[in-house]
Design a protein around this ligand. Structure first.
Ligand code: GTP
Ligand code: MG
Length: 255
């Protein structure tokens, strides 16, 4: 059953050392045979978060409002990757430790059209009663040195199982189409070069990240222009749309 659409590109977890023995049967045995059931918690948590996002999306459409959500991807880390991470990071090999330490077993990625949509979606999710934000990393304000941008949230959500309730962490990444395009390319390059991207290519990637930011800023300015005109019953005039960078400067200083 196709219950989890996998990431378009899987997350970076570092390049596994070639000599590392594969995590496997032995670790699963140590975990007392409950590992498959434990992983199911995360599958259900993904289901809950994606349902929440789909509800928001449908609600926007229903209200005939502009819909900030372009698309959603999700992925459940494979049992092998979970065990590999536990070993690599030297976490104790038991379920309680995995629950506490490995916070990206369930991943949901939300792609939006405009930079301003990111905070909107963040607030709409974080404001829900059953969601607790455990951690937030703003790689948009604090872009990574290679140019990576996204807003990362680690949230926890209750999952109501047949016999018990459990709070499960989910990593939510929120980014624009341009940021996603960049991250997907960078990911491919990173893997092609096994984490050792040549400096010239690295510089090109940083420049591409800058271009993605400029595109995002222009699109945001255009969006605001059209939105503002729409709300005032006007059509944006020709001069408005000619110099978006000047317009953007104005918007930034207006903030
Ligand atoms: P992990 O040990 O990989 O979980 O890293 P972390 O816990 O330090 O979290 P971080 O916020 O750095 O990264 C979490 C996820 O964000 C990764 O698994 C990727 O999906 C994504 N990510 C972070 N940095 C990059 C990057 O430089 N390029 C790309 N393409 N994705 C990134
Ligand atoms: Mg991670």
């Amino acid at each position: 059953m196709d219950w989890v659409k996998s990431w378009q590109h899987s997350p970076i977890t570092g390049v596994e050392p070639a000599a590392a023995a594969p995590a496997g049967i032995k670790d699963v045995r140590v975990l007392g045979g409950h590992f498959a059931d434990f992983m199911l918690d995360y599958k259900f948590a993904i289901d809950e978060i994606t349902t929440k996002i789909n509800i928001l999306r449908e609600d926007f459409n229903n209200a005939n409002e502009y819909n900030p959500i372009e698309h959603i991807n999700s992925r459940l880390k494979s049992p092998e990757s979970v065990l590999e991470k536990v070993r690599r990071k030297n976490y104790p090999m038991n379920l309680a430790s995995i629950r506490e330490n490995v916070l990206d077993i369930a991943g949901v990625r939300v792609i939006c059209s405009f930079i301003s949509d990111i905070a909107k979606i963040r607030d709409m999710l974080a404001g829900q009663e059953d969601i607790t934000v455990l951690e937030e990393r703003d790689y948009i304000t604090n872009r990574k040195p290679n140019g990576y941008q996204s807003l990362h949230l680690i949230v926890s959500i209750p999952v109501f199982r047949a016999g018990h309730t459990v709070r499960v962490p989910v990593e939510i990444q929120i980014r624009t189409i341009a940021m996603d395009f960049w991250a997907s390319l960078e990911h491919k390059i990173y893997y092609k070069y096994r984490g050792e991207v040549p400096p010239n290519l690295q510089a090109e990637l940083t420049q591409a990240a800058e271009a993605a930011t400029q595109l995002d800023e222009k699109m945001e300015a255009l969006h605001r222009l059209v939105d503002h005109a729409g709300r005032h019953g006007e059509r944006p005039d020709r001069s408005d749309s000619l110099d978006l960078s000047a317009l953007y400067e104005n918007l930034v200083t207006d903030r």
